[in-house]
Design a protein around this ligand. Structure first.
Ligand code: SF4
Length: 397
């Protein structure tokens, strides 16, 4: 069968569990709408989820339309989930029920769709086990610990299967993330109290919004959670935060040597490095503004300790009267061919003259260098082969 469900047309909640790590810390982020078009990585993730759903739901799924590695990753994940169910049976659990791509709703503001849920009863402990599984198709490792997205799914699923809070308190929770592309498969267990404490703030906000018909309290609180916020670039709180951070970082390096700067960069966490990288234009802007202000002061005669005005380096040029230059050189015995440089016309101009395809055999396009850019920049995402990364890791060890 080739049944697939279109995941890209789903409605998104204002309090989406997938962005809970952000809105739980900064309600101001809810005022920014994400109008950006899904990038290649997001489209790929959606496609992989659709395939996994089909594999878990139907038999004889046609996989021809999917890339080979995606088929392999989804099949491996489907197999793991099947084995998980078998393991529960072996461990004596009964009444095992599984749900694939299950919609879960707390209220009109907080809802979402969970990839995979398993409910099972342990006759020995007389307790239910509720397992929430999230399939991630990205390369960036996502941890289960303190993962509000999974915890919220767990709580909403528990509310679905239990009659009241007392029943929820008897449930044991397992949260698992499977990331086949980076061989990441992590599980943690939580009891009901730990779970409800972790998501208490989220539930409070969902209730607050419901009481106020979605009127969002707009407290802007920048931090590491700002990464991927649609407010970046428009949010003044984030702009000020980054500026302060960058200044603080620069301030910590009084008169650094190049080596000290490199060492400092190596000490930063990946998140800090990404934040700095994304702020290179801002840092350049800051540096230009500082340079300009000091330059104006110095040119006005203000003495600045530790800095000075100098004449920059200047390259010798021919005088602008070319005829005079040629005459003089000829008089010095230098012939014309030696004083003028011949170079080929540019390819576009030549192709315009001789016609398209006529010069293909004498031109080539070198493979462009892979460069790192802010993900808001246009351009198809480049994925280095995972094997290559593994090889580099092995060599490094
Ligand atoms: S960029 Fe940061 S501070 Fe600004 S709205 Fe987003 S999460 Fe809040």
């Amino acid at each position: 069968m080739s049944q697939t469900n279109d995941h890209s047309s789903r409605n998104h909640a204002l309090l989406s569990p997938s962005t809970a790590h952000r809105w739980s810390k900064c309600t101001g982020s809810l005022t920014f709408e994400d109008n950006s078009e899904a990038g290649n990585a997001a489209k790929e993730g959606t496609q992989a989820h659709e395939l996994l759903e089909s594999l878990l739901t139907y038999t004889n799924v046609l996989t021809n339309d999917y890339p080979d590695d995606m088929v392999q990753h989804c099949m491996e994940t489907a197999q793991k989930l099947k084995e998980f169910k078998d393991d529960l049976k072996q461990a004596g659990y009964v009444d095992i029920t599984c749900w694939v791509e299950q919609p879960l709703k707390f209220n009109p503001y907080l809802f979402g769709i969970c990839d995979y849920i398993v409910l099972a009863f342990n006759p020995l402990t007389k307790k239910h086990l509720l397992s929430i599984v999230d399939f991630k198709y990205g390369y960036k490792k996502v941890s289960v610990k303190d993962n509000l997205q999974l915890y919220l799914y767990g709580y909403l699923a528990a509310k679905r299967v239990a009659d009241d809070e007392e029943e929820i308190n008897k449930i044991e929770f397992k949260f698992r993330i499977i990331q086949p592309r980076i061989n990441h498969d992590e599980t943690i267990e939580l009891n009901a109290t730990e779970l409800t404490n972790s998501i208490a703030g989220c539930i409070q906000l969902a209730n607050f919004l419901n009481e106020r018909n979605g009127n969002v309290p707009t407290n802007f609180s920048p931090g590491n959670h700002c990464t991927w916020c649609p407010g970046i670039g428009k949010c003044t709180a984030h702009h000020d935060y980054q500026l302060t951070n960058n200044l603080a970082l620069i301030g910590k390096l009084p008169t650094p040597s190049k080596k000290e700067i490199k060492d400092k960069a190596a000490e930063l966490s990946t998140t800090q490095q990404i934040q700095l990288f994304k702020n290179i234009p801002l840092i350049k802007e800051l540096m230009d503004a500082v340079t300009n202000q000091l330059y104006v002061q110095a040119m006005n005669g203000v003495e600045l300790p530790g800095v000075k005005l100098i004449r920059g380096v200047s390259k010798r040029k021919w005088v602008s009267d070319e005829k005079l230059v040629a005459k003089k050189l000829k008089a010095l015995g230098i012939d014309k061919p030696f004083v003028t440089k011949k170079s080929l016309l540019n390819i576009t101009d030549v192709e315009k003259r001789v016609g398209k395809g006529q010069i293909d055999s004498i031109t080539h396009t070198p493979t462009p260098k892979v460069i790192l850019v802010d993900d808001s920049e246009p351009g198809e995402q480049y994925y280095p082969k995972q094997e290559l990364l593994n090889l580099i890791t092995e060599i490094g060890e």
